[in-house]
Design a protein. Structure first.
Length: 101
């Protein structure tokens, strides 16, 4: 499955274009977070896992810390929270890639 901006609602297209402009390292980290996120756009990561690319993704408003989640070893991250259609399509692509298609 290939994703095009035209497949998305108008208000989510700028985020898709913004993602395409990221460096390969930033794209890799974002893709990892997308793959481990649940349907509510939330993923949990170990506090020790905090690559510098996450700072760029936060500045670009692609991810944000869920400060309501308190855990000594885990951090909760919101991923593409403002773009539900884009996130759903990317998660579908991730699932297809994992199943070997």
């Amino acid at each position: 499955m290939k994703l095009d901006a035209e497949d998305l609602p108008e208000k989510e297209r700028h985020v898709f274009e913004q993602m395409k402009q990221l460096s390969p390292a930033n794209k890799r980290v974002l893709w990892t977070l997308i793959k481990i996120s649940n349907k509510d756009h939330i993923c949990l990561i170990n506090k020790e896992y905090r690559p510098k690319e996450m700072n760029v993704l936060m500045k670009e408003h692609l991810i944000s810390i869920n400060h309501a989640y308190l855990h000594s070893r885990k951090t909760s991250i919101f991923v593409l929270r403002r773009t539900p259609h884009l996130m759903k399509k990317l998660q579908q692509i991730a699932t297809e890639n994992q199943s070997g298609f």
